[in-house]
Design a protein around this ligand. Structure first.
Ligand code: NAD
Ligand code: GDD
Length: 337
């Protein structure tokens, strides 16, 4: 039994990760600024500390002596409608950087055995993601750096921070760059949701014969990884000797209109797509609709080479599970803006 701390365990990936670690018999402590909305605390941890990890005093209490592993997933984050509008830049950078600075230092002070840090594909330079059919997200393509969002710049800074603590203080770290993770028990409404959840929700709440809005011309590309495979990949990386940074994502690239069409087909409803183009546009819910990079896909060669394992679940399988859960949420909440 290991003593494990999951920071950001009140969120989507952290909640799933903590649940798995607890089920495997470990002692799991979560710290998050909010409760988990969809899991009970008993399901995912032995101890839940509610508090703000930008506070170094709290971080010193949360990370105590004798900790085997810290998983650092706490961040101010959201989908394109949150991180690409420009309106949340200062908070995103300040909150997330403060958390990471506190966690790196306190992990050294308390001699934590191993720390996982969740970076993002958003740290890759925009100039390699202009062609939707052939984006380059190979790990070595990170420099010269030019992420298209402040969220991406903060991730780049913080992965360097953890690697610097590794070099100078021998902190044993693992750094992964997540590519758009999705699944049940994740954010599905109110502006921070990412495209898979947004498509499922829009389809779930629409009447047959109607249209759903999809931001942009719908030809921008992404790949999406189901959360259980993300958790598996994180745990295998932690068990390995490879520090990273390494991509954790899917290589099944689709256009956003294909993603929307998949959600529509799963629902069985006769629904069509209305593409809304341009940064200045707002959708019918009042959200700004930025599109971010033109194309992005995970490149899993390094992960396969170093860890010897690969993700394999087809996007459609994950979308069926996600649609089923979001459809249920829409029904239970009578959700309609
Ligand atoms: P999430 O928003 O569901 O979880 C993040 C959690 O951090 C939230 O529960 C939030 O309350 C908590 N948090 C934020 N500020 C805090 C603070 N000051 N003190 C304490 N807790 C705080 O996001 P997620 O999708 O689970 O992402 C987890 C991590 O993975 C994040 O670091 C995110 O940037 C990274 N990531 C996620 C994706 C993705 O597609 N989901 C992609 C790339 C990177
Ligand atoms: N969120 C959202 N909602 N996106 C939509 C919608 C909608 O209703 N309609 C179309 N899109 C388009 C966006 O404009 C964007 O071009 C694409 O779908 C993907 O959007 P998101 O899933 O919101 O984000 P992302 O892929 O650009 O970035 C996400 O992944 C990163 C890692 O790969 C974010 O979650 C980042 O925080 C994350 O780090």
């Amino acid at each position: 039994m290991k003593k494990i701390i999951v920071l950001g365990g009140g969120g989507f990936i952290g909640g799933h990760l903590a649940k798995r670690l607890k089920n495997e018999g470990n002692f799991v402590r979560i710290c998050d600024i909010k409760n988990h909305e969809y899991f009970s605390h008993d399901e995912i941890c032995d101890e839940f500390i509610k508090g703000d990890l930008t506070d170094p005093v709290l971080v010193a209490q949360v990370i105590d002596e004798g900790v085997d592993e810290v998983y650092q997933l706490a961040a101010d984050m959201g989908g394109a409608g949150y991180i690409f509008t420009g309106e949340n830049d200062a908070n995103v950078m300040h909150n997330s950087a403060m958390i990471n600075l506190n966690v790196a230092k306190e992990s050294v002070v308390k001699k934590v055995k191993k720390v996982f840090y969740s970076s993002s594909a958003c740290m890759y330079p925009e100039y390699n993601q202009l062609d939707p059919s052939n984006p380059n997200c190979e790990e070595s393509s990170a420099y010269p750096a030019n992420p298209d969002s402040e969220y991406g710049w903060e991730k780049l800074f913080s992965e360097r921070l953890f690697l610097a603590f590794n070099r100078n203080y021998k902190l044993d770290v693992r750094v992964a760059r997540f590519h758009n993770i999705f699944g049940p028990q994740g954010t599905w409404k109110d502006g921070k949701e990412k495209a898979p959840a947004a498509m499922c929700r829009k389809v779930a709440e629409s009447e047959p014969g109607s249209k759903i809005e999809v931001w942009g011309d719908g030809q921008q590309t992404r790949s999406f990884l189901y959360v259980d495979e993300c958790v598996e990949a994180v745990l295998r990386l932690m068990e390995s000797d490879f520090l990273g940074p390494v991509n954790i994502g899917s290589e099944e690239m689709v256009t956003i209109n294909q993603l929307a069409e998949m959600a529509i087909a799963i629902s069985g409803k006769d629904i069509t797509i209305n593409n809304i183009e341009g940064q200045a546009f707002f959708d019918k819910y009042g959200f700004k609709c930025p599109t971010g990079v033109r194309g992005r896909n995970s490149d899993n060669r390094l992960y396969k080479e170093k860890i010897g394992w690969e993700v394999s679940e087809p996007l459609r399988d994950g979308m069926v599970k996600t649609f089923t859960w979001i459809n249920q949420m829409v029904l239970e909440n009578s959700y309609k803006i």
